[in-house]
Design a protein around this ligand. Sequence first.
Ligand SMILES: [Zn+2]
Ligand SMILES: [Zn+2]
Ligand SMILES: [Zn+2]
Ligand SMILES: [Zn+2]
Length: 298
Amino acid sequence: MSSDNISSFMKNASSNVANLNRELRNAKIDVLVDYICSDNTGVIIVTNKVAQQSDFSIIDRYVKNSNDINALQVEDSRLPKSKSYLKIIGIPFYPFANSQEKLSLFDVETILKQNHIFNNISLTSKPRIIKVSPKSDMAIVWIDVWNVQSGQNAKLLINRCFNVGNHIATIRGANMNPGVPQCKNCWKWGHSTFSCRFQGTKCVKCNGPHKSEHHREFGWCCKANAKINPPRLETKKGEPCPHSFKCSNCKGDHQADSNDCPFWRHRFNREWHIKKYAEIHENRSQSIRSDVNGINKL
Ligand SMILES: [Zn+2]
Ligand SMILES: [Zn+2]
Ligand SMILES: [Zn+2]
Ligand SMILES: [Zn+2]
């Protein structure tokens, strides 16, 4: 769904819930909408029971005919997809005889393509390859797969074996993604959004105490200020904030969730993250120490 459609539909969220429920009841369908929310890809309609394929036509028709909705930019509704994390063990890290050439992403993608057990599986991101341990010659390949419902695709794959050359590889379930998570609430690395202990929320752009999507309304930079020279004009409604801020993690010239950030580039390297946070912590305590020394000298 386009972002204009999402905001039009969300503006009338509570009346949309009431209308949808009326239509569902009229059609004698035993499913009710609890609430509606959205993410940047579309609108999420949360129901009290799992909707059937036939219920979708009522929901689709309602959404496409709603006020201010451009029906051409509405995709058909579908059940939510979830991600499962899997790992493949038993693949050599140096797959070529008498060569120190490492297993590449291309090799892994070819292996997955050639194997029928992966036929109807779609990956949520590129596979990742790590050595089992620094001295090992075997690899662990992490793959994240999309499930249609309740982990079904992943269940079909877990514990299955296949050949890679003369090796036997096995697929195992994994509890988590091996990468370092970035919190989408305070934008720090090392904890997930669900375990964030920060009470409020921070803007990914300016690190201010507001939701990122409300930056234009709440960020100080986008407000008019006649007292400064030259005076600052308000950023127009609907226009993106033209101001730039430094990343709250690395102080680089990008947003805190940017792919250009070194924290993002090292997101599968826990040691790098641990070292980096130790450095930041050390710098911070040094600057506090020098402040204290400054006070002592006064
Ligand atoms: Zn957090
Ligand atoms: Zn902001
Ligand atoms: Zn701004
Ligand atoms: Zn950064």
